[in-house]
Design a protein around this ligand. Sequence first.
Ligand SMILES: [Zn+2]
Length: 186
Amino acid sequence: MQALIVVDMQNGFLRHGNLASEQCLAVLPAVVDEVRAALGAGHHVIFTADTHEHDDAEFQIFPTHCIRGTGEADLVDELASFLGGETVHLVPKRRYSAMFETELEGILHRYAITDVRICGVCTDICVLHTTADLRNRDIAVTVVANATATFEAPEHSAEAVREQSLAHMAGILGATVERSTGAVGS
Ligand SMILES: [Zn+2]
């Protein structure tokens, strides 16, 4: 069984708060297309959602974001509308990897998911760490390059960091990186 994992396409990364990023917002249409295609093909769709407590350790590294119960933790409206479908799942997470102390592993086992497409944000953080944990379990991963993004910040060039991360996922983690012009990697 195949699934699409959509990483952290939330208001707190796209529209509101300390970490909202126009680079991340820009891939929303491509992500919506991915979700429609997956559901149309009968695949499961798993949305992850960064969901923090006020005193989470991650705030020693990043500014406060996506606190449980705030609008920042909600999926953006364009994707929240898909919730409730029989094959649609929402996985709250509190670290970079969506595999860490979440329901994701149980969902993968229950539906015998062996093949994952992954998209969302940020390419170099939660997409990368979730891909690493999927590959540690020998799950095949295809990274949809045109539907992933990361933020622009000083000493964090969005385009350079994104390309480096895609290369790492292909060359080191053994994921397939799918670009609109064709697949790169193994
Ligand atoms: Zn976070």
